[in-house]
Every structure is written in C-alpha cells, then in structure tokens.
Design a protein around this ligand. Structure first.
Ligand code: KG4
Ligand code: ZN
Length: 352
C-alpha cells in the first residue's frame, strides 16, 4: 500500500475537546489545509467547556469543516489514502463525533483508519516544523495535560512526570477566573504578568527532590489566599503583581524539571507543545535555558500548539509508515494511555 516514490494524503479529524478540526496532510509533513472551528465563544458564557454542548457543536460542524478542508487542500476524497482521528484522551461525547465520522469515511473510501493519541499529536506537531532528534524530551503543557515525555526513538513514548492535580492551563484558567477574566484566561494572565513591575512572591511546588511530577493546586490556593487577604483588609489588589508571581512560579518549576530531565536522560532535543506553549514567559525562559545548555529546542507556531487536526495527521503518520492500522470497531477512549500507543516497530521507516 505504501510506496516511497508516490505522494500520500492523510485526512485527520480532531474533536477531543472544544475545537472541531479537519486537516489534509501530504506525505506526513506537508499541511495542505488545517481548519479549526473553535467553540470558545459558546463556552465562554459558562466559564468553561460544557461537554454536552461541545458534542452537539461538533455534530453541527464536522461535515462542513471536512468539506472545506478538502476544498482548501484541493484534494478530492478519492485521493485520500488513510483517515486519522483522535481516539483519546478527551471528552467521550466529543471524541465520539470525530470517531464516527472517521470510521464512516474510512469504510466508504475503503482506506485504513488510524486511531491517534491526542498527546502524541501535540508532541508530533513539532515534526511539521523541523526534524526531531532522538532521544528527545517533550514538555507537554495544555488545558488538560502537564507531562514530561521521553522519546527514546521515533514513536516511542515514556511518561516520566505528570501533574498530580490540575493541568497547568487549568491552573491558569482558574487564576484568571479569580481575577475576573473571561475563559480561557491563560493569555490574560500571561499579558498581565508581562506588564507587571512588582511581583508577589509565591511558593514553588518542587515535590520530592527526584520527582518529575507536577502539582499546581497549592500555587492556585496561594493566589486565592492573596485575593482573599486583600479583600478582607479592604486593600486594592495588585492583580498584575499577583499574575507575575503566579507565572514566575509555574514557569520556573516546569522549565526547571524539564531541564533536569533533559540532563538526566541525555536527550539531544527539547520539544515544547500544547496550548500553554503560547505563554511568553514560558517560551522565553525555556529558550534561554536550552540555549545556555546547548540543547536544540523546537516550539510549534501558535496555530499548531492549540488543538488542531494537522498535529493528529503528524502523529498518525508514524503508524501509516509502519502499516499499523486500527480496526473499524475501535472505540473512543477518554482515558487512552500514551505509552501503549507507541509504535510496535522501533526502527525508523519510510523517512524522506
Ligand atoms: O492545548 P489546548 O488548546 O487545549 C487542550 O488540549 O487543553 O490548551 C488550552 C489551554 C487553556 O487552558 C488556555 O488558557 C491556555 O492553553 N493558554 C495559555 C496561553 N494561551 C493559551 N496559558 C498561558 N499563557 C498563554 N499565553
Ligand atoms: Zn490538546
């Protein structure tokens, strides 16, 4: 089925949370179209994602988005060689919409289906912008995840650290909400932190000295305590100084752990990914630390950091090139484990 000399086209679908996205990608790396329909405006009025509404919105938009993605790519359905879809993790009702659409297309076109892991997608978004050097360390920071993932070779995933409570983006959103910013609040806290002159010192949650895990609930509580203290004393809150203190603590801990992990595992590259990779404080500090350590760093552009289907195609390409396909009776898996999604054959195949 796979021939190195001819072009191949993957159609990818992502509906794990609140964006409906369809992409057409040539030869695993060339993004011909990557359409994203965000539901943020709908969910904003509720202060966060409402799962039932997310599913309904996916149903309403998936067909039109898929048609438009094919049209923008100027690729007919008959040219599609495989259909990739986010199988998990995510909201079950939201995942289900993409999974049903992908199965229907794969069946109707008689092409392979590739159930894809959402976090593998965030990590492999980096392959759309550059070469990944192995072993690599990925720092995954999003609204639902905070993980340090070691990639010993292409398509092999080993989680060496994860959050024990809130994801970093979730902590940003909760702090933003306490400061009365609309959802999603991460960018507002980031902006405020950049503008601030003063900084309210907040604790660092390093956990046990040898741990690569994260915890953000203590930091979030420290922010809320500062707000309450100001309220009780009738003082005006210095929101910018508080945002700066929160950002300094969160960024110092995630970058500190990522750099320690990179040194311990002797990696050749650092990969930053996920929606919070848009954070200016995080990008700047990680860039500086990697430069000082002589460690190459990849960070996707913003459009490939937040949820999108092109990143799903980039990860699915690992399986396409190895002929590892998914049965049409697969189920959406809201708790899908990343390590189990690693490729079966470790040798790098079909690279151009
Ligand atoms: O990866 P993503 O689009 O969705 C998930 O898979 O979770 O990440 C969304 C998260 C939200 O929590 C949002 O507040 C956060 O990324 N975010 C930021 C920034 N831009 C987006 N957090 C901090 N600073 C930013 N500049
Ligand atoms: Zn995501």
């Amino acid at each position: 089925m796979f021939s190195e000399s001819s072009d191949y086209y993957l159609l990818a679908i992502e509906t794990s949370c609140d964006e409906t996205s369809v992409a057409v990608v040539r030869n695993g790396r060339e993004v011909l179209s990557n359409l994203v329909s965000s539901q943020i405006d709908t969910h904003r009025q509720f202060g966060g994602v409402v799962p039932e509404i997310a599913s309904r919105k996916h149903v309403e938009s998936i067909t039109a988005i898929a048609e438009e993605a094919l049209r923008n790519a100027d690729v007919g359905l008959e040219r599609i060689d495989a259909v990739a879809v986010t199988q998990g993790p995510g909201l079950v009702g939201a995942l289900l919409v993409g999974v049903v659409a992908a199965k229907t297309l794969a069946f109707a076109l008689d092409v392979p289906l590739i159930g894809t892991h959402h976090i593998a997608g965030h990590i492999y978004a980096n392959r759309l912008i550059g070469e990944i050097l192995y072993p690599a360390m990925a720092l995954v920071v999003s609204g639902g995840h905070t993980e340090l993932v070691l990639l010993e070779s292409e398509g092999s995933f080993r989680i060496i650290g994860r959050t024990r409570d809130d994801a970093i983006g979730e902590a940003y959103d909760k702090v933003a909400r306490a400061l009365k910013f609309p959802y999603p609040g991460g960018p507002h806290v980031d902006r405020l932190a950049q503008e601030a002159e003063a900084e309210i010192e907040l604790p660092r949650s390093w956990l046990e000295p040898d741990s690569y895990d994260f915890s953000f609930s203590g930091l979030k509580s420290a922010v809320l305590a500062e707000i309450n203290r100001a309220n009780m004393k009738g003082e005006e809150l210095n929101a910018a100084a508080l945002a700066k203190g929160f950002q300094a603590s969160a960024v110092e801990v995630v970058t500190g752990k990522a750099m320690r992990a990179a040194a311990e595992f002797g990696v050749r590259q650092m990969l930053l990914c996920g929606g919070v990779a848009a954070n200016r404080g995080l990008r700047e500090r990680l860039s500086r630390l990697c430069e000082e350590a002589g460690l190459p760093l990849l960070i996707p552009p913003l459009s490939l950091c937040t949820d999108n289907a092109a990143m799903i195609a980039a990860a699915a390409d690992l399986k396409w090139r190895r002929g590892e396909f998914t049965s049409l009776d697969m189920k959406a898996d809201p708790q899908m484990p990343l390590e189990d999604w690693s490729v079966k054959k470790s040798a790098s195949v079909g690279e151009d």
